[in-house]
Design a protein around this ligand. Structure first.
Ligand SMILES: [Zn+2]
Ligand SMILES: [Zn+2]
Length: 341
């Protein structure tokens, strides 16, 4: 089968390797669509991530082989598969820190989504694999994973009617957050340094979309929120400057969600007394859980979340290098890799 090995940001090699063998508790899935995630891009550029590596975890496809003990799936089922699954029993899981669960960190699909087939281990078969409704395309279903991550992070806070939510970064994740925040009847304020993305966000429906290179966003956000500041800030793009600046427009008692890792390992200086006196919470949110994956797939299947307008391009495995370049240069929102095209 064909697999895309990543050697570096500028070098992917398509190789032929044997199709994975499955045991009695596993299934084999033919990958029909796999989205390129921001975290894939970070891994591509991170020298600490061992290469070559097969990336890709936003997977949708067909069940083509099943182990003799597998009861819940049949050959031909269309499914989404999540790569990490928690045990749902440990101290982390009890507190809903599912992505901190040690099993979560150790489970994975093999060899990765940028491949024609993947082996799905027992743990992932039991809670991390969901059947897709007939009317939902593979491509739409592959958005379940990123949407689940957004749901997971919003699960960490209480959003009230007409709360002001600042979304930093108007890429795919920013546009998914926008829709969830609107569903909660709160008010999103989008921020991006890329004018094209600011324009697209306005067309997408944002009442407020600002470019920090053109506007004083602290002043604008304070104006919009009548001097109080934003209730919640979601950082889908983050560095120390962005983090510190968010303290200037968040309201007292507000919450900041760190949704993505910083590209460079950065140390931010933060005024501890400001966090204390102003009761600011900074919350990390990493990945998602099966519960959120299932909610995400339902929202997509019911048409409550529009993912169709977020796919910019579809490419075969052979064009993954070009796809990465398009994403890095912000020339595309979501790119879907189709290993069988
Ligand atoms: Zn992802
Ligand atoms: Zn656990």
């Amino acid at each position: 089968m064909k697999v895309a090995f990543c050697y570096s940001s500028k070098k992917f090699l398509i190789d032929d390797i044997p199709k994975p063998q499955i045991n009695g508790d596993e299934i084999l899935v033919k990958v029909m669509a796999c989205g390129i995630c921001g975290s894939d891009i970070k891994k591509i550029f991170d020298d600490k991530v061992k290469k070559p590596i097969v990336l890709g975890h936003e997977v949708a496809g067909d069940v083509v082989e099943i182990g003799s003990n597998v009861k819940d799936f049949k050959i031909g089922n269309r499914v989404v598969v999540t790569h990490h699954v928690p045990c749902c029993n440990c101290q982390y899981c009890k507190h809903e820190n599912y992505s901190m669960c040690r099993q979560f960190k150790s489970t994975n699909i093999y060899p990765g989504g940028f491949s024609q087939f993947i082996r799905v281990p027992k743990e992932n078969v039991s809670v991390g694999t969901l059947k897709i409704d007939k009317k939902v395309s593979y491509e739409e279903a592959s958005f379940s994973e990123p949407l689940a991550c957004c749901l997971y992070s919003l699960g960490k806070i209480n959003l009230f009617l007409r709360d002001f939510v600042v979304i930093i970064g108007l890429g795919t994740i920013g546009l998914l957050f926008y829709q969830l925040i609107k569903m909660n009847k709160a008010i999103p304020i989008g921020i991006d340094i890329d004018e094209n993305r600011v324009d697209f966000a306005k067309k997408f429906g944002f009442d407020f979309a600002l470019n920090p290179n053109k506007e004083n966003i602290t002043e604008e956000i304070l104006n919009i929120t009548k001097g109080i500041g934003a209730d919640l800030v979601i950082l889908t793009a983050v560095n120390k400057k962005i983090l510190n600046q968010s303290l200037s427009y968040i309201r007292d008692g507000g919450k900041i969600i760190i949704f993505a890792g910083a590209i460079k390992k950065e140390i931010a200086k933060i005024n501890i007394n400001e966090l204390y006196r102003r009761e600011i919470s900074i919350i990390g949110s990493y990945s998602s859980s099966p519960k959120h994956l299932s909610r995400a797939l339902k929202l997509i299947s019911h048409g409550d979340i529009d993912v169709k307008s977020l796919t910019t391009r579809r490419f075969p495995l052979e064009e993954i290098e070009k796809s990465v370049e398009l994403i890095v240069n912000r020339k595309a929102y979501k790119i879907i890799i189709e290993p069988w095209s």
